[in-house]
Design a protein around this ligand. Sequence first.
Ligand code: UPG
Length: 471
Amino acid sequence: MTTQGLERAQQKMRDAGVAENAITVFTHYYGKLAEGATGIVPESSIRPVTELPALADLLAADRTPDTEALDRTVIIKLNGGLGTSMGMTKAKSLVPVRSGRTFLDLIVAQVMATRAEHGVRLPLILMDSFATSADTMAELAASPALRTPGVPLEFIQNQEPKLLVDDLAPVEWPADPTLEWCPPGHGDLYTALQGSGVLAQLLAAGYRYASVSNADNLGAAPSAELAAWFASTGAPFAMEVCERTRADRKGGHLAVREEDGRLVLREKAQTAEEDEEAFGDIERHRFFNTNNLWLDLQQLSDTLAERDGVLGLPLIRNRKRVDPTDRTSPEVYQIETAMGAAIEVFEGSQAIVVPRDRFLPVKTTNDLLLLRSDVYRVQEDGTLVRVDPTPPLVQLAPGPYQLIADFEQRFPHGAPSLREAGSLTVEGDWTFGHQVTIRGDVVLPPTDRPRTVPAGSVLDGHSGLPSDDGE
Ligand code: UPG
């Protein structure tokens, strides 16, 4: 039954023109899935990571970074996701962050500024998907100076068939055949780099290192210090981690595998129900993956060659409906892998604790509001500086604010001033007028009709409700 399912899936991939190395990788994971693998990493199989080197200490001990390593580095941004949790139909990186400048504009500014400062080549390459490529390339056409000779601006990640939970056959969904496919998660980076030929191209052009990060993390600016550190270690792979805080409920954490003492990454999706408490224990598992990674491209290429293109990252089995909006549609598995999980694959992988400002992810409209507010200042070089040492906690009601279009409508004049806020909790449907200021802890209560926070209001924890302008 499953052999037939596998053959049909492989054929479907060939017919769609998927690269052979991606079909080999898919076949590996299909085998794991058919054997009943769940990808779960039990708490009993790992122990906490207690000590790691910190960038801050290295810098204190060190000198001005040598820029030789940076000149052999390429910047890769993961840009394949659509921001579906924010209701987007294009890449999240195309959302305006500040003064009409998008994530992508700021990423380009960061790269150009670093090139100018250090006199380095520093190509920018995006890992796009079929869903994000056209829009992203259209936007980048406005920055011709970004191009680096001999290096493409993007490579496209693979796609694979969703598999029926019942018999692991590729699902058929004639109502919308595009829903029969899914991306294999960002662990596909390695397969896509190899299959697209970009890995070989970069090595041939004399590049040795890649600094990879999520396009939605504007904190991951190019770093000469980290490039120099990574090159000096000779390690094949390094992960930038941050100390977890109570706010970090999502994201994978680092651990040591009991069996062989290797560093491993455990994602939420790989945690058994009975281990959820341990997963969330930030004193036990102190470090989380920022998804800012450093790769030695030569060692990556050698390892891929040795293993027929299969790094063997741990599988993430994602159970969904073929049409996520239709609860009666068949249940499917999507086989995924996480890019950071490669930490366990390479002998001698490293992890380094970086300051929190290298991790500025935008996963929700709460994050976006904060980034758009006066809590952050945009610098000439495209980086964001936090002006307020303790940023407020923003919690917007999912109904009116979760989807980006609804969110934009309710903040037509941009974000309110949040510099003096402790927290902003919006429980109802409130539209914010021009130049609203939030101080202390403010809760806007549920509403029975859409309401307005009048222009120029100053709300503080004690002032009560804004006087509605009657809309
Ligand atoms: N992405 C792709 N292709 C995919 C899936 C995702 O390009 O197939 C991109 C996506 O556009 C985004 C980035 O990858 O820019 C991250 O994707 P996301 O789904 O937001 O990742 P998370 O689930 O947040 O988790 C990653 C790591 C986790 C880490 C966290 C930090 O897996 O270990 O803690 O990022 O934000």
